[in-house]
Write a protein that binds this ligand. Structure first.
Ligand SMILES: O=C(O)[C@H](O)[C@H](O)COP(=O)(O)O
Ligand SMILES: [Mg+2]
Length: 307
C-alpha cells in the first residue's frame, strides 16, 4: 500500500528537501504548465528556479496536436526558454516507434492519420508517409457516394497498413468511417495516446481517447497500441536521450493514470501531482487509485517559495 502523498504547498523546508532529491524533472504540460493558452501563475519562475539550481527540465506531453518544434514556440511565447530536444510529445513517441521498431515495409507502409498537424510533422521527421490528418478534402459531411466508394475500396489507398489516432479537433463520421475500413482490411491500430479528457480553459474536454473510442467499439473492443504516457517505450526514449539516473528523476503531472503511473512504472525516484488539471486528492484517496503520487502541490508555482 503506497504511503500517503506529502503535501508541499507553503512548506519551504519540505519543498527544498523534495527538490534536492532530484537532478531531472519531467514536466507534463496540459494541466501543469498551462490550461490551453492560459499559463498558470508562477510557472516561469519555478522553471527558472530549477534551472538556476542546475536541474535538467524535460517537457513530456501526451498532447499530439503539436510537434516538438510547435511546443518550443509555445513555450517561448510564454516566456519559457526551451529547445526541441527538451520536448517529448506522444506524436514524436509514436513516430519514432513506427519508424524504428515497426519499420513499415511496402506494399502497406502508409499511415492513415486521425489527428492534427503535430502528428503529421513528426511522421515527416521520421520519413513515414501518411494520408488523412489535416487533409481539407475530408473536413466535410459523408455522402451516399462516399459510402459506396469506401465500401468498394475505390476511396481507399491500398498502401495504408496503419491507422494512427490522436487528438483530432476536426474528427467526423467520414474520417472515422475511412479509418474503420482500413482496420477491417487489416491495418494495424495505433494511437498517440488515449487520455479520456483534455484540460483546457480551466475545464475538461474530450481527450484523444474519445477519438479512438468509436473505432474500438466498432472493432469489437480491439484496443490500439498507444505510445504516450504511461507507455514505458516513451520513458526509455527519454532516458536514452538524457542518460539520467532514474532514482534522481521526478515526474511532475496532473493526471494519475498517465503522468504519475508513468513515473512510478518508470521506477523514477519521485512523482509530484499538481492540482491544476485533471486529478484531485479524492482520486488517489479512492479505492484502487490508478496511481498514488509521492507528493503534491496546489499549483506548480507553489514551488517558488523554495527560493
Ligand atoms: O487528450 C489528450 O490528448 C490529453 O488530454 C492531452 O494530451 C494531455 O496532455 P498532457 O497533459 O500530457 O500535456
Ligand atoms: Mg496533463
Amino acid at each position: 500500500m503506497a504511503s500517503s502523498p506529502k503535501y508541499l504547498t507553503g512548506d519551504k523546508a519540505a519543498i527544498n528537501e523534495f527538490l534536492d532529491k532530484f537532478d531531472v524533472f519531467l514536466f507534463d504540460c496540459d494541466g501543469v504548465l498551462w490550461s490551453g493558452d492560459h499559463l498558470f501563475e508562477g510557472t516561469v519562475e519555478t522553471l527558472e528556479l530549477l534551472r538556476s539550481r542546475g536541474k535538467q527540465v524535460v517537457f513530456v506531453t501526451n498532447n499530439s496536436t503539436k510537434s516538438r518544434a510547435d511546443y518550443k514556440k509555445k513555450l517561448e511565447s510564454m516566456g519559457i526558454p526551451a529547445t526541441v530536444d527538451e520536448v517529448f510529445g506522444s506524436s514524436y513517441s509514436a513516430a519514432i516507434y513506427i519508424s524504428r521498431i515497426i519499420k513499415p515495409q511496402p506494399p502497406r507502409n502508409k499511415v492513415f492519420v486521425l489527428g492534427e498537424a503535430g502528428v503529421e510533422a513528426e511522421l515527416e521527421s521520421e520519413n513515414i508517409s501518411y494520408i488523412g490528418g489535416t487533409d481539407p478534402s475530408l473536413r466535410r459531411d459523408i455522402t451516399p457516394e462516399d459510402f459506396k466508394a469506401i465500401a468498394s475500396g475505390e476511396a481507399l489507398d491500398p498502401a495504408v497498413g496503419y491507422v494512427l489516432a490522436g487528438l483530432d479537433f476536426h474528427v467526423n463520421y467520414l474520417k472515422l468511417s475511412i479509418a474503420f475500413q482500413y482496420l477491417r482490411r487489416g491495418a494495424k491500430f495505433l494511437a498517440t495516446n488515449v487520455d479520456s479528457t483534455l484540460p483546457n480553459a480551466g475545464s475538461l474536454f474530450i481527450g484523444a481517447g474519445g477519438i479512438s473510442a468509436p473505432l474500438i467499439r466498432a472493432m469489437g473492443g480491439e484496443e490500439p497500441i498507444a505510445f504516450g504516457k504511461p507507455n514505458q517505450s516513451m520513458m526509455d526514449a527519454i532516458e536514452g536521450k538524457f542518460r539520467f539516473d532514474r532514482s534522481r528523476a521526478c515526474m511532475v503531472g496532473d493526471r494519475l493514470d498517465t503522468d504519475i503511473k508513468f513515473g512510478i512504472e518508470g521506477r523514477l525516484g519521485g512523482t509530484l501531482c499538481v492540482l491544476t488539471g485533471v486529478s484531485k486528492r479524492e482520486d488517489w484517496e479512492a479505492e484502487n487509485p490508478a496511481a498514488v503520487p509521492a507528493a503534491y502541490v496546489d499549483t506548480l508555482g507553489d514551488l517558488r517559495v523554495a527560493a
